[in-house]
Each structure stands twice: as C-alpha cells, then as structure tokens.
Design a protein around this ligand. Structure first.
Ligand code: GSH
Length: 234
C-alpha cells in the first residue's frame, strides 16, 4: 500500500507569515503538503535539532528522510527555493537574471523590513497580549503603522512602479512574500493603503489568489477566536 501522507511537511503554525508563504508556493504548484503544529516558543527537543535559529517554519521532505536532520530545511526562503527546484512548474522565480535578483531582493525586504514593522510592530503587540488576556499594545501598533510602515510601503510602491507584479512580468516569490507578510497586519488591524495605490492594487489582487487566501484563512480562524474584529490604527 502506498503511503497516503504527503511528502512535504511544514513544521510550525499558519500564524507565521513565513509558513504561509511556503504553503502558498506548494499550493501554486499543486504540491500536497501538511502542516504539523510546533509551538516555536516552547519547542520540543527534536525541533531544536532541525531549527538552529529556533524559528518556524522548517520543511521536512519525507521522501528524503522521515526523521532526524536529513530531509529538513529551515527558513522559508530556503524552503521555497527547494520546492521550486523540485517542482519547477509553474515557475515562481524569474529566468531573467536581473528579474531574478529583483524578486529575491523583494522577498528579502518583505521577510525583514516589512516583517519587522508589521509582525513585530503590530501583530505581536496586539495578538500576543490578547492571547495572554492582557490589553492589546495599541500604542506600539499605532506607532508602527504611522511611522515604521510608511517608508517600507514607499519602497514597495516605487519598486512596483504601477505594474501588476514585482519582477519579471509574472507572479513570483516576490509577490507571494509581500502579500503573506502584509496580511500579518490584516489579521489584527485594518490596512488602509490609499496612499500607496499601486501596492493597494497589488495587495487586492494577491488576496484573491487561493495560494494566498487559503493559508491566510487558516490563520484567521485562529485569530478571530480571540479577536473578532481587527483594530483601526489610524
Ligand atoms: N527568515 C525566517 C524567519 C522565520 C521567523 O522569524 N519565524 C518566526 C515566526 S513568524 C519565529 O519562528 N519566531 C520565533 C521567535 O521569535 O522566537 C524565515 O523566512 O523562515
């Protein structure tokens, strides 16, 4: 009998934008995967062996090894590049060298600058506090929305330049990453983007894609139990 379990396992939580990004890449390519819950703030010992930076997600490819370090890859960027190599169609990394470089930069920019401002600046102070029964950190979140995010959005608006996609005139890892990380804010707060019309149009188009919407819905189900309505930070 063949094993009904998918080869690919994403360890972590859909609450992580980085896990949702990797899930989105699997969905785009029609690659079956499952999410195995790991609480990164109280990880089991076996997880520390495969996640040296103590971060989620980590990928396991069961077709390589079922346990231990072999067959595992930490870091969403490494995971997505691995999935691309293993399942090349549809391509999510541009062929053209300059477009590839641009896509990888936007991925990194979203993973770092956007994630810092939106995840650490807004999602965590609100959701982590509410989860502990504390008052949401709205002052910190409002400061992040007013001061940290605008320069990040400016960069994205300029790089997008009114185009449909960030790089190579096609959907790429850059678009998926920006959408998944930006939607981390939407889990807990409204995201009015009228000052950045190009980014707003891109965001709306990305939200409509199942590869972005389905992993987000998994996260939203969890968050809405504790926070029925997102906050207005303006
Ligand atoms: N660059 C990493 C970032 C991963 C990351 O920061 N994950 C967060 C969850 S969204 C985490 O594991 N945080 C654990 C902690 O802050 O201790 C990636 O792309 O996978």
């Amino acid at each position: 009998m063949t094993d009904p379990r998918p080869d690919l396992v994403l360890y972590g939580s859909p609450l992580s934008p980085f896990l949702r990004k990797a899930a989105g890449v699997c969905i785009a390519k029609g690659v079956p995967f499952e999410v195995e819950a790991v609480n990164v703030f109280a990880p089991p010992p076996w997880f520390l062996e495969i996640s040296p930076m103590k971060r989620i997600p980590v990928l396991r490819d069961r077709s390589v090894a079922e346990e231990g370090l072999a067959g595992t890859i930490p870091d969403s960027s490494a995971i997505c590049a691995y999935i691309e190599k293993k399942h090349p169609a549809p391509a999510l990394y541009p062929d053209d060298p300059m477009a590839l470089g641009e896509a990888l930069f936007i991925e990194e920019f979203a993973d770092t600058s956007l994630a810092m401002a939106g995840g650490l600046g807004i999602f965590r102070p609100i959701f982590f506090a509410i989860s502990k029964g504390e008052e949401p950190g709205l002052d910190k979140a409002r400061d992040a929305w007013a001061n940290q995010l605008p320069p990040v959005f400016d960069v994205l608006e300029t790089r997008l330049g009114g185009r449909e996609y960030f790089a190579g005139n096609a959907l790429s890892i850059a678009d998926i990453t920006v959408a998944c990380v930006l939607m981390q804010i939407a889990l807990v707060a409204e995201t009015p983007l009228a000052r950045w019309p190009g980014l707003a149009a891109h965001y709306a188009a990305m939200q409509a894609l199942p590869l972005v919407a389905e992993p987000y819905a998994m996260a939203e189900r969890i968050v809405r139990k504790a926070l029925p309505t997102p906050f207005d930070l303006t």
